[in-house]
Design a protein around this ligand. Structure first.
Ligand code: ZN
Length: 318
């Protein structure tokens, strides 16, 4: 949602100055280097990977943001800033159109990184031409890291794709992310290979960002309901039919809620980046004791792996 709203608003804008109110939210590099490194660069666009938001810079670097629990990015006009600035604002990016992008985070668990990219030819033959000026870049490492995860390589107009440097992937922890929900490699066999031997509940398996990136507590409940699998079911006991339903439902459910989450920039700002539009469409999450949308049985709530979970005892048999 952040990317869809802010991406078009920020593209083409340059960062003129950075006010760092809480240096501790900068995870990498040192906070002074972060500020120096960001100032003067232009935003090319935004990308999401798992729960990481990435602000792409047009010369091949990126600011990576992980919001954790309460972090958010909001854009205001500079004139409005004094009136509307959140109490927990930690970083203010001043842009060349007179607007400001504020990173605020009440609980301060979120982090920001500045990392450099490497450009790789999508054909793979032009690797030698990749930008190695950043010093920390090893093209072979990056390509291996990407291939291993089977991630899609997005093509840009020039035929070059931008991948984060191996050092950047490591420093942000993004090297440990699993497949995206929409990745063609995210098949039932992939899920079974990753989770089928583990003694964890299937819900915990879905929340493991190293298997599928970007599934949170809400969507894991919705995916399991749609797949008719009890969230507390031990992963290693799932049948082939259940793995197949699960693999099929992950992209379907995620796409459905991304669509329901569409929001106007005005409403995004009003809701302080937290006004999720999909709440009325959730079928089980937050619906404890209400009737199951399929069979009218009363939905039950429980805790699984420390997370609140809601399920239908009839549709999702233990
Ligand atoms: Zn039911």
């Amino acid at each position: 949602m952040v990317r869809r709203v802010l991406g078009p608003q920020l593209a083409g804008k340059s960062i003129c100055a950075v006010r760092l109110i809480t240096p501790g939210v900068i995870a990498h590099p040192r906070s002074e280097e972060f500020v120096e490194g960001v100032v003067g660069r232009r935003v090319a666009g935004m990308e999401r990977r798992g729960k990481f938001l990435q602000i792409l810079l047009d010369d091949g670097g990126r600011v990576v943001v992980h919001f954790r629990m309460t972090g958010c990015l909001l854009r205001f006009t500079a004139a409005d800033l004094a009136d509307v600035m959140e109490k927990h604002t930690h970083v203010i990016f001043e842009l060349d159109d007179g607007s400001v992008l504020c990173y605020s985070d009440q609980r301060r668990f979120g982090r920001l990184w500045l990392v450099e990219d490497v450009e790789t030819a999508t054909s793979g033959v032009d690797a030698a031409n990749a930008d190695t000026d950043t010093g920390a870049v090893h093209v072979a490492d990056v390509e291996t890291a990407v291939d291993k995860k089977g991630s899609r390589v997005e093509k840009s107009g020039s035929g070059l794709s931008r991948e984060m440097s191996a050092a950047g992937l490591r420093v942000t922890g993004m090297d440990k992310l699993g497949l995206e929900p929409f990745d063609t490699g995210m098949t039932w066999k992939y899920l079974r290979d990753k989770l089928g031997g583990r003694r964890i509940c299937i819900k915990e398996g879905l929340l493991d960002q190293g298997v599928v990136a970007g599934i949170g507590n809400i969507y894991s409940d919705e995916i399991l309901f749609a797949s008719r699998i009890y969230p507390g079911r031990e992963a290693r006991t799932l049948t082939v039919a259940q793995w197949k339903r699960l693999a099929a439902q992950i992209p379907v459910t995620m796409e459905y809620y991304i669509e329901k989450n569409e929001i106007s920039p005005e409403d995004y700002l009003k809701g302080r980046g937290k006004d999720y539009r999909n709440t009325p469409y959730l079928r089980v999450y937050g619906q404890k004791e209400k009737p199951c949308p399929n069979c009218q049985t009363r939905l039950e709530g429980t805790r699984i792996g420390g997370r609140s979970s809601v399920y239908c005892p009839k549709c999702q048999k233990m």
